[in-house]
Write a protein that binds this ligand. Structure first.
Ligand code: AMP
Length: 178
Protein backbone atom coordinates (compact mmCIF):
# COMPACT_ATOMS: atom_id res chain seq x y z
CA UNK A 1 0.00 0.00 0.00
CA UNK A 2 2.78 2.41 0.98
CA UNK A 3 4.66 1.57 -2.19
CA UNK A 4 1.60 2.15 -4.35
CA UNK A 5 1.09 5.57 -2.75
CA UNK A 6 4.73 6.53 -3.14
CA UNK A 7 4.85 5.45 -6.76
CA UNK A 8 1.37 6.71 -7.67
CA UNK A 9 0.31 3.44 -9.27
CA UNK A 10 -2.31 0.92 -8.10
CA UNK A 11 -1.57 -2.16 -6.02
CA UNK A 12 -3.36 -5.13 -7.49
CA UNK A 13 -3.60 -7.79 -4.80
CA UNK A 14 -4.98 -11.08 -6.05
CA UNK A 15 -5.85 -12.03 -2.46
CA UNK A 16 -7.92 -8.83 -2.07
CA UNK A 17 -9.60 -9.46 -5.43
CA UNK A 18 -10.56 -12.98 -4.36
CA UNK A 19 -11.74 -11.88 -0.89
CA UNK A 20 -13.97 -9.25 -2.54
CA UNK A 21 -15.38 -11.94 -4.85
CA UNK A 22 -16.08 -14.19 -1.84
CA UNK A 23 -17.76 -11.32 0.06
CA UNK A 24 -19.93 -10.58 -2.98
CA UNK A 25 -20.79 -14.30 -3.39
CA UNK A 26 -19.96 -13.99 -7.08
CA UNK A 27 -19.46 -17.05 -9.24
CA UNK A 28 -15.67 -16.66 -8.84
CA UNK A 29 -16.07 -16.15 -5.08
CA UNK A 30 -18.10 -19.33 -4.68
CA UNK A 31 -15.52 -21.30 -6.61
CA UNK A 32 -12.53 -20.15 -4.55
CA UNK A 33 -13.93 -19.77 -1.03
CA UNK A 34 -13.14 -23.23 0.27
CA UNK A 35 -9.63 -23.39 -1.22
CA UNK A 36 -8.79 -20.03 0.34
CA UNK A 37 -10.13 -21.01 3.76
CA UNK A 38 -7.95 -24.15 3.63
CA UNK A 39 -4.83 -22.21 2.63
CA UNK A 40 -4.39 -23.77 -0.82
CA UNK A 41 -3.82 -21.98 -4.11
CA UNK A 42 -6.79 -21.42 -6.40
CA UNK A 43 -6.49 -22.66 -9.98
CA UNK A 44 -4.03 -20.92 -12.28
CA UNK A 45 -6.71 -20.48 -14.92
CA UNK A 46 -9.10 -18.60 -12.63
CA UNK A 47 -6.43 -16.30 -11.25
CA UNK A 48 -4.78 -15.57 -14.59
CA UNK A 49 -8.17 -14.65 -16.10
CA UNK A 50 -8.91 -12.36 -13.15
CA UNK A 51 -5.53 -10.60 -13.46
CA UNK A 52 -5.76 -10.28 -17.25
CA UNK A 53 -9.15 -8.65 -16.80
CA UNK A 54 -8.04 -6.33 -13.99
CA UNK A 55 -5.06 -5.08 -16.00
CA UNK A 56 -7.44 -3.74 -18.66
CA UNK A 57 -8.79 -1.13 -16.22
CA UNK A 58 -7.83 2.48 -16.86
CA UNK A 59 -5.98 2.89 -13.55
CA UNK A 60 -3.42 0.26 -14.59
CA UNK A 61 -2.33 2.02 -17.77
CA UNK A 62 0.67 3.80 -16.20
CA UNK A 63 2.04 0.85 -14.28
CA UNK A 64 0.94 -1.31 -11.37
CA UNK A 65 2.21 -3.42 -8.49
CA UNK A 66 1.10 -7.04 -8.54
CA UNK A 67 0.84 -8.33 -4.97
CA UNK A 68 0.51 -12.07 -4.44
CA UNK A 69 0.78 -12.88 -8.14
CA UNK A 70 2.33 -14.86 -9.76
CA UNK A 71 2.46 -17.70 -7.25
CA UNK A 72 3.28 -20.60 -9.59
CA UNK A 73 5.56 -21.10 -12.57
CA UNK A 74 2.44 -21.53 -14.75
CA UNK A 75 1.16 -18.12 -13.61
CA UNK A 76 4.56 -16.54 -14.29
CA UNK A 77 4.57 -18.00 -17.80
CA UNK A 78 1.03 -16.75 -18.38
CA UNK A 79 2.11 -13.29 -17.18
CA UNK A 80 5.05 -13.35 -19.59
CA UNK A 81 2.64 -14.14 -22.45
CA UNK A 82 0.30 -11.37 -21.34
CA UNK A 83 3.21 -8.91 -21.32
CA UNK A 84 4.14 -9.85 -24.89
CA UNK A 85 0.52 -9.59 -26.06
CA UNK A 86 -0.08 -6.21 -24.43
CA UNK A 87 3.35 -4.61 -24.75
CA UNK A 88 3.99 -4.62 -20.99
CA UNK A 89 7.29 -5.17 -19.18
CA UNK A 90 8.12 -6.45 -15.69
CA UNK A 91 10.58 -3.95 -14.16
CA UNK A 92 11.41 -5.80 -10.95
CA UNK A 93 10.29 -8.77 -8.86
CA UNK A 94 10.49 -8.15 -5.12
CA UNK A 95 10.91 -10.92 -2.57
CA UNK A 96 10.25 -9.92 1.05
CA UNK A 97 11.96 -12.49 3.24
CA UNK A 98 10.42 -13.28 6.63
CA UNK A 99 11.12 -16.38 8.68
CA UNK A 100 8.28 -18.73 9.52
CA UNK A 101 8.28 -18.00 13.26
CA UNK A 102 7.83 -14.28 12.65
CA UNK A 103 5.01 -14.97 10.18
CA UNK A 104 3.01 -16.85 12.82
CA UNK A 105 3.29 -13.84 15.16
CA UNK A 106 2.30 -11.42 12.40
CA UNK A 107 -0.83 -13.24 11.31
CA UNK A 108 -2.07 -13.65 14.88
CA UNK A 109 -1.52 -9.91 15.40
CA UNK A 110 -3.35 -9.11 12.14
CA UNK A 111 -6.30 -11.28 13.26
CA UNK A 112 -6.39 -9.64 16.71
CA UNK A 113 -6.22 -6.12 15.27
CA UNK A 114 -9.00 -6.82 12.74
CA UNK A 115 -11.19 -8.20 15.53
CA UNK A 116 -10.50 -5.15 17.72
CA UNK A 117 -11.52 -2.83 14.89
CA UNK A 118 -14.72 -4.83 14.35
CA UNK A 119 -13.49 -5.90 10.90
CA UNK A 120 -13.82 -9.44 9.52
CA UNK A 121 -10.88 -11.68 10.43
CA UNK A 122 -9.41 -13.48 7.40
CA UNK A 123 -10.52 -17.10 7.39
CA UNK A 124 -6.91 -18.12 6.69
CA UNK A 125 -5.21 -16.11 9.47
CA UNK A 126 -4.80 -18.90 12.00
CA UNK A 127 -1.95 -21.30 12.83
CA UNK A 128 -3.46 -24.41 11.20
CA UNK A 129 -4.14 -22.72 7.86
CA UNK A 130 -0.77 -20.96 8.01
CA UNK A 131 0.87 -24.40 7.83
CA UNK A 132 -0.96 -25.14 4.55
CA UNK A 133 -0.16 -21.70 3.16
CA UNK A 134 3.54 -22.20 3.90
CA UNK A 135 3.44 -25.64 2.29
CA UNK A 136 1.83 -24.15 -0.83
CA UNK A 137 4.55 -21.48 -0.81
CA UNK A 138 7.38 -24.01 -0.50
CA UNK A 139 6.07 -26.34 -3.17
CA UNK A 140 4.52 -24.00 -5.72
CA UNK A 141 5.80 -20.46 -5.19
CA UNK A 142 9.44 -20.84 -4.07
CA UNK A 143 10.54 -22.05 -7.55
CA UNK A 144 9.75 -18.53 -8.81
CA UNK A 145 12.82 -17.23 -6.98
CA UNK A 146 15.07 -19.02 -9.42
CA UNK A 147 12.75 -18.28 -12.37
CA UNK A 148 13.09 -14.52 -11.85
CA UNK A 149 16.68 -14.60 -10.65
CA UNK A 150 17.66 -16.17 -13.96
CA UNK A 151 15.95 -13.25 -15.72
CA UNK A 152 17.92 -10.84 -13.47
CA UNK A 153 14.64 -9.34 -12.22
CA UNK A 154 14.73 -10.52 -8.59
CA UNK A 155 15.56 -8.30 -5.63
CA UNK A 156 15.28 -9.65 -2.07
CA UNK A 157 14.57 -7.48 0.94
CA UNK A 158 14.76 -8.41 4.64
CA UNK A 159 11.14 -8.26 5.82
CA UNK A 160 12.02 -8.52 9.52
CA UNK A 161 12.78 -4.80 9.74
CA UNK A 162 10.18 -2.12 10.58
CA UNK A 163 7.48 -1.36 8.01
CA UNK A 164 9.20 1.96 7.24
CA UNK A 165 12.59 0.34 6.73
CA UNK A 166 11.14 -2.41 4.51
CA UNK A 167 9.34 0.23 2.41
CA UNK A 168 12.59 2.18 1.98
CA UNK A 169 14.53 -0.89 0.93
CA UNK A 170 11.82 -1.80 -1.57
CA UNK A 171 11.89 1.72 -3.05
CA UNK A 172 15.70 1.48 -3.25
CA UNK A 173 15.40 -1.84 -5.08
CA UNK A 174 12.86 -0.40 -7.54
CA UNK A 175 14.95 2.71 -8.20
CA UNK A 176 18.06 0.61 -8.75
CA UNK A 177 16.27 -1.25 -11.56
CA UNK A 178 14.66 1.78 -13.19
P1 AMP B 1 -3.07 -13.38 -0.02
O1 AMP B 1 -4.03 -12.30 0.40
O2 AMP B 1 -2.14 -12.94 -1.11
O3 AMP B 1 -2.38 -14.01 1.15
O4 AMP B 1 -3.96 -14.53 -0.66
C1 AMP B 1 -4.96 -15.20 0.09
C2 AMP B 1 -5.36 -16.50 -0.60
O5 AMP B 1 -5.92 -16.21 -1.90
C3 AMP B 1 -4.23 -17.48 -0.90
O6 AMP B 1 -3.90 -18.29 0.23
C4 AMP B 1 -4.82 -18.30 -2.04
O7 AMP B 1 -5.81 -19.20 -1.58
C5 AMP B 1 -5.54 -17.22 -2.84
N1 AMP B 1 -4.63 -16.58 -3.83
C6 AMP B 1 -4.22 -15.27 -3.85
N2 AMP B 1 -3.41 -15.05 -4.90
C7 AMP B 1 -3.30 -16.22 -5.55
C8 AMP B 1 -2.57 -16.65 -6.69
N3 AMP B 1 -1.79 -15.81 -7.39
N4 AMP B 1 -2.70 -17.96 -7.09
C9 AMP B 1 -3.48 -18.81 -6.41
N5 AMP B 1 -4.17 -18.50 -5.30
C10 AMP B 1 -4.08 -17.20 -4.87
Amino acid sequence: MRLAQRLGIPRLSTGDMLRAAVAASSDLGNRVEETMALGGLVSDELIVDAVADRLKAADACNGFILDGFPRTIQQAEALDRLCVERGLRIDVVLEIRVDEGALAGRISRRAQEAAQRGEPVRSDDNPEVLRSRLEAYRQQTAPLIEYYDRQRLLRSVDGLQSIEAVSERLIDAINAMA
